[in-house]
Design a binder for this molecule. Structure first.
Ligand code: C2E
Ligand code: MG
Ligand code: MG
Ligand code: MG
Length: 284
């Protein structure tokens, strides 16, 4: 009897796995079509300099504007894109979108850094650095105005190609940020080798303040010694802002400043923040 129950459980499990696989396959087909249809866009979230209280950078975050399902968040598609390699196409699309936007902002008198997330798959592609260089050239963007965000796990575990790409990117003058810092190995000696320009302390550590205060303080001290700038992620209220300011973070990012928004909304947001006059639309 117990055996029969066990078999049943397995059968049930098999059916669920099969369904998951089918759903995954459907999603995958859907993503491919979405890429063709240009459904994917970058939303932008500001990063605020605590010394000046001004926006200094924006992070590009992928969104899927699905014709039937509406706006879909990255958690629902990034993993699958990474698993299948589609992240190479999606990542390039977001990078180009962000650089094109930066060019447009510059033409409107808005000078701003853009920051783009890069996944393991992309950095393991032999021609990734070249793709970045081509995109910078295409939109006439300065390499020092671009920051690429990658996780420490990727950097620590990275193969030869990853490190060749990193070297080429650094030579190009692109900035490197370590994303979700504090969730991986946090291997400080490797951090030194990687010569990152910026570290983004993960939201989970910020959320755990003041319990996580000792570790966050230690991270900040280390980063300061290595002259790496520090961004606190996931700042949701004034208390957290004050807290990380006291601890010596350089910049903050989070819902307290602004949620990720469309390029159009970000343009207005930047004009207001930086005191830049909006471009007058030509009346034709
Ligand atoms: P991330 O790079 O760490 O980006 C920050 C995430 O935290 C964003 O979620 C943002 O909306 C969210 N966030 C920002 N401030 C707050 C806050 O105050 N409170 C809370 N609760 N959340 C906040 P999002 O846009 O859903 O992106 C999730 C992740 O998906 C990103 O985490 C990144 O790892 C990945 N991702 C997004 N776009 C891309 C992309 O173009 N390429 C790659 N490879 N990954 C991407
Ligand atoms: Mg990021
Ligand atoms: Mg992050
Ligand atoms: Mg992340």
């Amino acid at each position: 009897q117990a055996k029969a129950a066990g078999r049943n459980r397995y059968r049930h499990f098999d059916a669920r796995m099969k369904q998951d696989q089918e759903t995954e396959l459907e999603t995958l087909t859907d993503i491919r079509e979405g890429l063709k249809r240009n459904d994917f866009v970058a939303y932008y979230q500001p990063r605020v300099d605590l010394a000046t209280n001004r926006i200094v950078a924006v992070e590009a975050l992928a969104r899927w504007n699905h014709p039937k399902r509406g706006l879909i968040m990255p958690d629902a598609f990034i993993g699958l894109c990474e698993k299948t390699g589609l992240i190479n196409d999606l990542g390039l699309l977001i990078l180009r979108d962000a650089l094109k936007q930066q060019k447009s902002w510059r033409s409107q008198g808005i000078e701003i850094f853009v920051s783009v997330n890069v996944s393991q798959r992309q950095l393991s592609s032999f021609d990734f650095a070249e793709q970045v260089q081509d995109a910078l050239q295409e939109f006439g963007c300065d390499s020092s105005g671009l920051e690429l965000e990658m996780t420490e796990t990727l950097l620590v575990e990275g193969d030869k190609t990853v490190h060749q790409n990193l070297k080429a990117l650094r030579k190009l003058g692109v900035k490197i940020a370590i994303d979700d810092f504090g969730t991986g190995y946090s291997n400080f000696s490797r951090l030194n080798d990687m010569a990152a320009d910026c570290v983004k302390i993960d939201r989970s550590l910020i959320r755990d303040l003041p319990r996580s205060e000792p570790i966050v303080k230690m991270m900040i001290a280390m980063c300061k010694l290595m002259k790496v700038s520090i961004v606190a992620e996931g700042i949701e209220n004034a208390e957290l802002e004050a807290k990380v300011r006291d601890m010596g973070c350089d910049e903050i990012q989070g819902f307290y400043c602004a949620k990720p928004m469309t390029a159009t909304n970000m343009t207005e947001h930047l004009q207001a923040d930086l005191g830049v006059e909006p471009l007058r639309r030509s009346t034709k």
